[in-house]
Design a protein around this ligand. Structure first.
Ligand code: SF4
Length: 130
């Protein structure tokens, strides 16, 4: 439940007990490990915490696809202060979307974004992909 004007919908990969603590877990696959700050600053995990505010911790469980594949755990915490800041950001972004204002927000997710050719300035490829 939020004070947002629009519905806010997401699906958590797993909510369970990990080492005796209720934990929101998001599974990742990566060619490289994640840094601690990526988990600490993850909006995705904060968004999930909105749905499970009683969780004692949040985590990325990362399958790192190197020559010797490994599982990496990155743990972090969320609290009501994180939620308040996150909701402020969501309100700003929602207002921008409503007003038709979009801006580039580069990151790993660009690799699977349909707008990548447009963001790279490749008009021919961009036109082909639409
Ligand atoms: S490629 Fe997609 S995700 Fe990346 S900055 Fe452009 S629009 Fe945003």
């Amino acid at each position: 439940m939020t004070t947002l004007d629009e519905p806010f919908i997401g699906i958590v990969d797993l909510y369970t007990e990990l080492d005796g603590k209720t934990t929101i877990i998001d599974f990742k696959t990566a060619s490289d490990g994640y840094e601690d700050h990526e988990v600490t600053l993850s909006d995705q995990l904060t968004a999930y915490f909105l749905g499970e505010p009683g969780a004692e911790q949040v985590a990325y469980c990362v399958l790192v696809k190197t020559k010797e594949p490994r599982i990496e755990w990155r743990l972090s915490q969320r609290n009501s202060a994180h939620l308040a800041k996150f909701l402020d950001k969501v309100r700003i972004v929602a207002a921008d979307i409503k007003a038709g204002r979009f801006y580039k927000r580069p990151g790993k997710h660009c690799a699977w974004c349909d707008f990548l050719p447009a963001c790279l300035g490749d008009e021919k490829k961009a036109r082909e992909s639409w």
